[in-house]
Design a protein around this ligand. Structure first.
Ligand code: GAP
Length: 533
């Protein structure tokens, strides 16, 4: 993971936000190559799910044909949205404070191990990255028990790495930045929404929030979309955009950030069909990650147990990836696919529903009136063919663009061997990104800076640049130029050499196979276009 993080900084994929001021935790800036990668990922999603979807053809595994449309709603919405959605009351994490260090931690994210010296057993925790976790626990335990290196074998460090929420009590815990035991408070709830105020004179009633998900913008626009675009159920509304969560312990590079982008679909269907659509979307979304290059062995679909589901839901599944910062056998969520029943539309219509009631009823406040009033707008749907009126059920495939980009970067990072100019094998770092995701599609090199080669190369570069992101490089040995492009995932390098001057052909080198083929210079643009499509 350290190598990936260092490559990302060195080659301009990702920088820590406000780095020159020491950075701010949980915020990341995408550099010149990172922005292209993330944009390519979002564009691939938008094309494959929405703009390229043919509503006249039934997709494999889908119960029927369906329509897909897009939306771009605001980040700040009416405060009532978050009350009816449940985020105001329920969107929280459990955190603990350390009385000694005055630091705050997310309860389910602090890791550690049981350590034993003579008869004393303590749980030593740390915030160290997974790769250093065991060594750091050992170092802290040695210090706690005042052991010298020569007495290291008097200490037993447990083989299992656990998070604090798995312990029965925190009495025997050595908190990550404390010197004594039992310094953690009981876990408390902490709402993850960022608060903000509307207007210069804003009071308590003008408090609203930066959206923690893009989904609610879709629900509150359901009626607008139906009335304005003639879509018929089943159909999906999709949105890509920023979401904000005041995560207690942002970590693992961009995996858990405080500002991130989501790619969400709310798919509206007839209640009788929702189970089939849930299955369709679960399988379709998993296949999409594989089509773009995530390997089968590192991906899993984790179905939530029946007990974890709200009674109105027929299923929720997470697509998870074995990120390299996680311990062996653990996976991190890339996307959730949830069957949400009619919870969201009814809550925005009638008032926030109580999800524990069956059938669901509006949650009441102490005065016996709805705790959070809905909009009062009719968000039901009338099928004009059958004349049936119903509140659609929703299937929600909700993906993270930053987590997606990170997974594709981790998957692509490879170290292998390639021959240098003299034919000697050298270790090379290469990002084996799918050509659709690669920030630069082709690089153009004149072999030497003379004999008219740069002029031919620049002309070809101009033509390619009209069609795709390309890069021109005439500096240094050609082998070095190849390496620079391999490191950022450029799938093809085109070299103009001595033969070009006589037979008007160039070489195209394939990043992954290292195969070099000669192609007529006039055919290069079409050839590269065909290879990356
Ligand atoms: N509307 C449903 C929803 O927001 P979620 O599981 O909370 O569901 C969906 O979020 C996706 O958004 C996650 O699978 C993940 O990819 C991404 N995501 C959530 N929190 C994130 C964070 N703090 N940093 C980066 N990505 C995050």
């Amino acid at each position: 993971m350290e190598k990936i993080v260092s490559l990302c900084k060195r080659r301009g994929f990702l920088f820590q936000s406000s780095e020159i001021y020491g950075g701010v935790q949980g915020f990341w800036d995408y550099g010149p190559l990172g922005v292209e990668l993330k944009r390519n990922l979002k564009d691939a999603w938008w094309h494959d799910m929405i703009s390229g979807h043919n509503e006249l053809v039934q997709c494999d595994g889908a119960p029927s044909t369906h329509e897909m449309v897009g939306l771009d709603s605001t980040i700040i919405m009416h405060p009532q949205v978050w009350k009816c959605s449940g985020h105001y009351d329920l969107f929280h994490d459990h955190m603990v404070d350390c009385r000694e260090s005055k630091k705050r931690y997310r309860f389910d994210q602090v890791r550690g191990r049981w350590c034993e010296h003579r008869d004393k057993k303590i749980f030593v925790s740390t915030l160290a990255e997974m790769e250093q976790e065991e060594a750091e626990v050992r170092r802290r335990a040695m210090k706690f028990f005042k052991l010298r290196p020569k007495n290291a074998d008097e200490l037993t460090v447990g083989s299992e790495s656990l998070t604090l929420d798995k312990l029965d009590s925190t009495t025997d815990v050595l908190a990550p930045e404390s010197k004594t035991l039992d310094t953690l408070t009981e876990p408390r709830e902490f709402n993850l929404m960022f608060k903000t105020t509307l207007g210069a004179l804003g009071g308590e009633n003008d408090t609203t929030f930066l959206r923690p998900e893009t989904a609610q913008g879709i629900f509150v626009n359901f009626k607008n979309v139906v009335d304005s675009s003639r879509v018929k159920i089943p159909f999906g509304i999709a949105q890509v955009g920023k979401s904000f969560r005041n995560e207690i312990t942002p970590r693992n590079f961009t995996f858990r950030s405080r500002e991130f982008e989501q790619m969400e679909i709310e798919f509206f269907c007839h209640p009788d069909e929702s189970q089939k659509w849930y299955t369709y979307w679960r399988d379709r979304r998993l296949a999409w990650y594989k089509e773009l290059g995530l390997s089968d062995e590192l991906l899993i679909m984790r179905e939530h147990h029946k007990e974890e589901l709200a009674h109105y839901s027929v299923g929720t599944a997470d697509i998870e990836y074995a990120f390299p910062f996680l311990p062996e056998g653990e996976y991190g969520e890339l996307e959730g696919i949830a069957h949400r029943g009619d919870f969201d539309l009814r809550s925005h219509m009638e008032g926030k529903l109580d999800p524990s009631t069956d059938p669901m009823t509006v949650q009441l406040g102490e005065n016996g009136k709805p705790k959070y009033k809905g909009s009062g707008r009719d968000l039901s749907y009338r099928d004009l063919e059958t004349n049936e009126k119903f509140i659609p059920h929703v299937v929600e495939p909700s993906a993270g663009a930053d987590r997606g980009a990170l997974a594709f970067l981790c998957e692509a990072y490879t170290e292998d061997e390639a021959p240098d100019e003299k034919g000697n094998l050298q270790t090379r770092t290469v990002l084996k990104l799918h050509p659709r995701l690669a920030p630069i599609k082709a690089a153009i090199f004149p072999l030497v800076k003379k004999e008219g080669m740069p002029e031919i190369a620049k002309e070809l570069y101009g033509e390619l640049k009209q069609q795709m992101p390309a890069f021109y490089d005439e500096k240094g040995a050609v082998g070095k130029r190849y390496r620079r492009q391999d490191e950022v995932g450029t799938p093809y390098c085109i070299t103009i050499d001595g033969d070009t001057l006589t037979d008007k052909t160039v070489t195209i080198r394939d990043r992954d196979t290292l195969e070099q083929t000669r192609v007529k210079i006039d055919d290069v643009v079409a050839e590269i276009q065909q290879r990356i499509s």
